[in-house]
Ligand binder design. Structure first.
Ligand code: ZN
Length: 199
């Protein structure tokens, strides 16, 4: 998710200390930047595969995704956005960047309530934003990189970011959730840009 989203107060109704302690990533590893795939890349439309083994390769991928997200800069990134069709997301929706990165393996939304809408953007959909209506509060279940099962309730900006990132794992972009009129504006702009770029 892109950083131009309006920031909202983040309230964690769950056991946030456990969540973020468990999900916090060490910062002293060698990290590398990934290329971010953009619309209409096919990897973004694909349903990502469930992760069955949490190994060093996956931990490295998560660290690299965080580095890529901060560098972009963004507040969330899903593995398909770096061309890896696996169910892994990273996010940092907190007020203080870099303090509480969240890494979730196989995240699922198990419950949700209310509605909330903010202007969203996406690192995979450059130069376009639109309001998306989502659930205001969600209960999320997933695993940390040390294989601990996490379950927590989140609301506000963080709830929006997590819904946006989990959508990526199901092959959905925020432009799939906007009004047909708004999507039409986006698609027309895309066609124009492609024409301008030449055959
Ligand atoms: Zn996105």
């Amino acid at each position: 998710m892109a950083p131009w989203l309006r920031r909202r107060p983040v309230t964690f109704a769950g056991d946030h200390e456990t969540i973020f302690f468990a999900a916090r990533t060490p910062v002293f590893f060698i990290m590398s930047l990934h290329h971010i795939h953009v619309y209409p890349d096919a990897v973004l439309k694909r349903e990502a595969a469930e992760i069955t083994i949490i190994d060093d390769e996956l931990r490295q991928l998560a660290r690299d995704m965080l580095t890529t997200m901060y560098a972009a800069p963004g507040v969330g990134l899903a593995a398909p956005q770096v061309g890896v069709s696996r169910r892994l997301i990273v996010a940092d929706p907190g007020e203080e960047r870099g303090r509480e990165p969240l890494i979730l393996v196989n995240p699922v939304i198990v419950a949700g309530a209310g509605t909330a809408g903010i202007e969203e953007g996406c690192l995979s959909v450059p130069d376009f934003t639109a309001e998306v209506i989502r659930q205001a509060q969600i209960q999320v279940r997933g695993f940390s990189l040390d294989e601990r099962e996490l379950e927590f309730t989140v609301e506000g900006f963080a709830a929006i970011v997590l819904q946006h990132e989990i959508d990526h794992l199901n092959g959905l972009l925020f432009i799939d959730r906007i009004s047909p009129l708004k999507r039409d504006i986006f698609l027309r702009r895309q066609r124009k840009q492609r024409r301008a770029a030449g055959p």
